[in-house]
Structure formats: structure tokens, C-alpha cells
Ligand binder design. Structure first.
Ligand code: ADP
Length: 638
């Protein structure tokens, strides 16, 4: 029983393959986590790093409270089950299960008790005296599970354990492994390429592609709120329908025009409030995603819907309780090949449809997904990142959404008209803009508030609204954290957000130092080797933990030659009597906060400041919170 924590985990194989990139996850005790993705996406490598069968190139891995990066597999208190069972053919089932316990020299009667218990849990008691070759694939996998569970590991790792079994047995074993998980009350981490396996077993699923985590969420959230087109297409059968389309906002409606088809529907803008306005210009292409069950052929749905398109039926698959109807929204399309007009409909109407029939289908726009045509990221997010608004800057005031607010000194600029990008986390409760709370929801621990200001919709995350003791439809005062906003005018960024992360070039170095020690009353000089960071000529001693991480990620030789970045937040760099020499270059006054822009060896950095500073100053990083980046390989080491 243990939590597992993966922080900035990377795996670079000696041949340069970057198999896992910046894997971050906190796995709670007793969770059933599934890593899923197509072959080669890095799921087994991640599992093997947790098991200790593969070195971790960079990052920190914890099982329980212990950092296990350098711990031998046998000491990690984990058990692993593989696809190919790996049973000893010459031993009986009993001996196979008992083998690991014997190696650990457990008393005989204790071993016996554990083996019998495990066999009972797995329903293989009657096979205990048989040899593996006398058993079916499913039974052998049960023995492999038995061998793992008798070890009572803190974490069970399972790598495609069911891939060798036939479809029926896989379904049965899936249920059995889920049952086993609830019985054992242990953290399970399970690797599979099969999304159905992932969806039916995982309490949370990690979807991976090309070494990158695409999304981590519950099966339901992955299905309903995929973060990108890959996840949307990977999760769910039949695959989500994707159509290329443009969206044009006209007043309070949005016209959706499907490419390569005459299909066109009009939907209320309120359904697309969270979409970035740039996607509603009638020109920018997007992918529309709709699941097969969100397209209906039921007469009452078609009658009540404003989003109806014509579909030419090509063929169907009878699945018993439902029928999958294949067709095309392009009347010349064939409905067989995967295309951006092919449509799959889960039909419950029982209609007798023939190839070539042209029928009406209603689209459930409430469940529509929108993805960027180029990068395929979701652009109708559950939690929007920005509010996009028209704005004007006039006489030092920022005017938007029918209100105006003084710009702080740092952002004063000439009069202009443009677009304001107001991050949803840049709204504060200390200001004098009046907004009305329309709704609030909690999504994965993040509070999302919908606000109305003079008829304009805003979203705010993590505004401590409930603490403010307000109720729905009440009016609240909001302010803006100006250092986070962006203003774009005529295609140029006029106001850019202040980067909250300073990056300083540095090197990892070794220093010889002499310290005076008292040996029997005599003061002697003793040599000591210290490791640390050289930032603009100033040495900062690294903690042992930091040095270990650097050596683990870079190796002894490269540790001292690799160019590094010291990453330090704007609140984690302070002016001090000694430290990194810097030149003060000017103040940025945001009203409630002031920052000093400084130059460190050609790099621009910002520090928070209350008073005044002289031209030549020294900066002291807070080493508790700094990060260290291998610039060339783009690996976060600390
Ligand atoms: P998955 O389990 O998702 O199928 P893996 O974790 O096995 O993927 O592999 C991820 C990537 O790392 C793949 O591109 C694979 O070719 C590569 N890889 C795996 N093992 C090695 C190795 N020992 N040396 C070099 N590359 C490897």
C-alpha cells in the first residue's frame, strides 16, 4: 500500500531515443492506474522505471515517502506481472507461487498459508500440484498473479498481462483483476494498448503518445472531455466522428459549415462561450468531434433539433441492442473510408435503412468537441485558459466589456484598439469592476466561475469566491492581475505578460575548499570537495540531493560540461548583500506590486522589490524552489 509520485521523469535511451518526456503524476494509495497508448508510446518504459528495471534519466520517483531512483528493484517493495507469465516450467504451481518467498527464507508454514490464500483468491486451488504446461493461458496468468500477490507488495505493476489471452478470456480476466484490486487494497499500475481494457479497469487513465502524456483523468472525463483529437479518437468505440468545419459567429448564433459537404447548422453562441473567438471567424478551420451516440436518427430528436444534417447511408453493423449506421454527409462520399465527411451513428430507432438512402440526422451540439486544425488541441476546453475580449486603451485606461480601469505604470502605452487576452487565473477579488456570478463548478479540484459583466461572459479559475461568502447571481467586485494580461493590436503584441520564471545560465562545478579543523588541540587545514552551481561567476553550493540528481541525469563526466539553466520564479530571487552580480535596468510598477528588471550576463531577469535599488546589485536565489534544466536535451533535472 503506497502512493507513487513521478516528478519530471524522463527516459533517454543510450541511442538518443527520448522514450518518456516530463512525466508528472501523483498516484494515490490504492488507485488503479492504467497507462494506455499505441505501441512505442513509452508506457512500458515508464512502468519499467517504476519497477527499477530501467534507469531513470532525470526526475524523481517516490514510492511511499522514499525516493527510489537508485534503489534496486528487489528493495522497492513492488511486484510485477508480465505478458509472458514467466513461470518456471519444471515447478508445480505451488512451487512457482512459493518460489520468491522461499528465496526470502520465510518460514515454511507461513509460505504455505500465503500460497493457499493466494490460490483461493485466484480460484486455482485445485491446480496447485500441476505444472504450468498442463494449464491454459488464463490459468497460467493467474499463477503469475499469485506469485505477485504473495509478496504483499506496496505496488503491483502489470505489463500487458492479458495480451496473450483470447478475447473471451481477456474480458473474464479483466473483471478478475479488478476484483483482485479491490480485495488486495493495493496500488495497481497497469499497462495496456487496449483502450477498452483501460476504460473498464482504471480509476484513472494516463493516455500517452510518442513519449508524452496526453491526458490523465478518469475514464468518464477522458471520454467526455478529451484534451485533444488524439485522445478523443483513441478512447471510445466506435471512434469519435471528426468533421472539418468553419464556425461563423453572427450575433447570438454561430453558423457551422461542414467542409466538402453542403451540411450547415446554426447553434446558439451560448453553447460555444468557452471557445476562442478566433475560431468563430468563419475562416479558421477546426475539427468538430461528435460521438456516434450524439447523432440521432430518432424522429422526435430530428423534429426538436435545429442541428439537422443530411446523411447518405452506406452500410450498417447490427450489434443487437443498437445498430451502427455508416454514411456520409457528402452525397458523393462512400461512407466506408475514414474521411472528414464519413459519419458513424449509433442508431436505436430500428429503422430499416438501405445503402444509398438519404436521411436526416440530428446532432447533439451540447456534446460537441472542437479541435484546432493544426495542433489538434481542444479549443472548447472545459476550463478555459483565457477570456478573449475587444479592448481599447485610451488616456492610460484599459476599456473592455463596457468598463474601464486605470492601467498600471508598467503598462502605460499609446492609445490603441486591440484584443485583450485576460487569463482566467488573472481575475482577483480586490478591484472595483462589478460582475455577476452566473455559475460555478468544481472540475478536478479547480473552481471555475462563470461571470457576467455588462452582458459579456467571463471565466475565472480559483477565485476564492466561496470564501467571499457570496451566492449565485450576486454581484462581486473583481480586479485584474495586470502582469498576466496580453494586448494585441494590428497583429503586434503591445502588452506582454511578465514572465514569472527567470532563467539564468549556469554550470555545475566542483570546488576545492580548505577548512580548518581542530585535531587534538591543533588547528589543521583540511581539503574538502564541494559541488555547486556557478551563476555569472558566483558559486552556490548544491545540496546533496541536488548533486545526486545532477549526477544521475548527466553522469559524472557530463555533469560539469553540460550547459544548464537555473530556473527561478520572480518571487524566488531577492536582492541581497552578496550573490549573483546584476545591473538594475528599470522598474515595472503594477500598482500593488513592483518589479526590478535586471541584467545578469546578458540575460533579463525580474525581481520583486519594495523600495529603490542601486545600479549594481546582487541577487540571491531561493534554492528551495529553483529548477535546473539541461538546455540541449530540454530535460528538467531538478
Ligand atoms: P510501449 O510500451 O508504449 O509500446 P516502450 O516504452 O516499449 O513503448 O518504448 C518507447 C520507445 O522507446 C519506443 O520508441 C521504443 O522503440 C524505444 N525503446 C524501448 N526500449 C529501448 C531500448 N532498450 N533502447 C532504445 N530504444 C528503446
Amino acid at each position: 500500500m503506497a502512493d507513487v509520485s513521478l516528478k519530471h521523469i524522463y527516459k533517454v535511451y543510450p541511442n538518443g531515443t527520448k522514450a518518456v518526456n516530463d512525466f508528472n503524476m501523483e498516484i494515490a494509495d490504492k488507485e488503479f492506474i492504467v497507462f494506455v497508448g499505441p505501441s512505442g508510446c513509452g508506457k512500458s518504459t515508464t512502468l519499467r522505471m517504476i519497477a527499477g528495471l530501467e534507469d531513470i534519466s532525470a526526475g524523481e520517483l517516490k514510492i511511499g515517502d522514499t525516493i527510489v531512483n537508485d534503489m534496486e528493484p528487489k528493495d522497492r517493495d513492488i511486484a510485477m506481472v508480465f505478458q509472458n507469465y514467466a513461470l518456471y516450467p519444471h515447478m508445480t504451481v505451488y512451487e512457482n507461487i512459493a518460489f520468491g518467498l522461499r528465496l526470502r527464507k520465510l518460514p515454511k508454514d507461513e509460505i504455505h498459508k500465503k500460497v493457499v490464500e493466494a490460490a483461493e483468491i485466484l480460484g486455482i486451488t485445485e491446480y496447485l500440484n500441476k505444472k504450468p504446461k498442463e494449464m491454459s493461458g488464463g490459468q497460467r496468468q493467474r499463477v503469475a498473479l499469485g506469485r505477485a500477490i504473495v509478496r504483499e507488495p506496496k505496488v503491483m505493476l502489470l505489463d500487458e498481462p492479458l495480451s496473450n489471452l483470447d478475447a473471451k478470456l481477456r474480458t473474464q480476466m479483466r473483471a478478475e483483476i479488478s476484483k483482485l484490486h479491490s480485495k488486495l487494497n493495493t496500488t495497481f499500475i497497469y499497462v495496456t494498448h487496449d483502450q477498452v481494457e483501460a476504460m473498464t479497469m482504471g480509476t484513472r487513465i494516463v493516455v500517452m503518445k510518442d513519449g508524452f502524456v496526453q491526458q490523465i483523468d478518469t475514464p468518464k472525463n477522458l471520454y467526455n472531455y478529451p484534451a485533444n483529437k488524439f485522445v478523443a479518437g483513441f478512447i471510445g468505440t466506435p471512434q469519435m466522428n471528426f468533421f472539418e468545419a468553419t464556425l461563423n459567429k453572427e450575433g447570438e448564433n454561430v453558423i457551422i459549415k461542414f467542409e466538402y459537404s453542403n451540411a450547415q447548422i446554426t447553434v446558439p453562441y451560448s453553447m460555444l462561450y468557452k471557445a476562442k473567438p478566433a475560431y468563430l471567424d468563419g475562416k479558421t478551420k477546426v475539427y468538430i468531434g461528435l460521438r456516434a451516440e450524439d447523432i440521432s436518427l430518432l424522429p422526435e430528436d430530428i423534429k426538436n433539433s435545429k442541428a439537422v444534417v443530411k446523411v447518405k447511408v452506406s452500410h450498417k453493423e447490427e450489434l443487437g441492442s443498437e445498430t451502427l449506421v455508416y454514411g456520409d454527409i457528402n452525397m458523393d462520399g462512400d461512407g466506408y473510408a475514414e474521411s472528414s465527411t464519413r459519419v458513424i451513428i449509433k442508431d436505436y430507432s430500428g429503422r430499416d435503412l438501405k445503402s444509398g438512402d438519404i436521411i436526416d440526422a440530428s446532432l447533439n451540439i451540447e456534446n460537441i468537441h472542437l479541435f484546432d486544425y493544426e495542433n489538434e488541441q481542444c479549443v472548447l476546453p472545459r476550463i478555459p485558459e483565457y477570456n478573449y475580449l475587444d479592448c481599447e486603451i485610451k488616456n492610460g485606461k484599459l476599456c473592455f466589456a463596457g468598463c474601464e480601469i486605470d492601467l498600471p505604470e508598467a503598462l502605460k502605452c499609446n492609445d490603441l484598439k486591440g484584443d485583450l487576452l485576460l487569463p482566467t487565473d488573472a481575475l482577483t477579488l480586490n478591484g472595483n469592476l462589478k460582475a455577476e456570478v452566473v455559475s460555478h463548478e468544481s472540475i478536478n479540484g479547480i473552481n471555475l466561475l462563470a461571470l457576467n459583466m455588462n452582458g459579456h461572459r467571463f471565466y475565472a479559475v480559483n477565485l476564492q469566491y466561496s470564501e467571499a461568502g457570496k451566492t449565485l447571481n450576486s454581484s462581486i467586485n473583481i480586479g485584474i492581475d495586470f502582469k498576466k494580461i496580453t494586448v494585441i493590436s494590428d497583429g503586434k503584441t503591445v502588452i506582454a505578460p511578465l514572465s514569472e520564471l527567470n532563467k539564468l545560465n549556469c554550470k555545475f562545478v566542483k570546488r576545492k575548499e580548505y577548512e580548518e579543523v581542530n585535531v587534538n588541540g591543533k588547528i589543521k587545514r583540511k581539503k574538502a570537495i564541494r559541488f555547486g552551481f556557478d551563476v555569472a561567476g558566483k558559486f552556490f553550493q548544491a545540496s546533496e540531493d541536488m548533486s545526486q540528481k545532477i549526477f544521475a541525469a548527466l553522469g559524472i563526466k557530463k555533469a560539469f560540461t553540460t550547459p544548464l539553466n537555473l530556473e527561478c520564479g520572480i518571487y524566488d530571487l531577492a536582492i541581497s548583500d552578496s550573490g549573483i552580480p546584476a545591473k538594475a535596468e528599470g522598474y515595472l510598477d503594477f500598482g500593488s506590486e513592483r518589479f526590478l528588471k535586471c541584467d545578469v550576463d546578458g540575460s533579463e531577469v525580474y525581481v520583486k522589490i519594495d523600495g529603490e535599488a542601486s545600479d549594481n546589485i546582487y541577487l540571491q536565489p531561493n534554492f528551495e524552489n529553483v529548477g535546473v534544466l539541461d538546455i540541449e536535451r530540454e530535460i528538467k533535472i531538478i
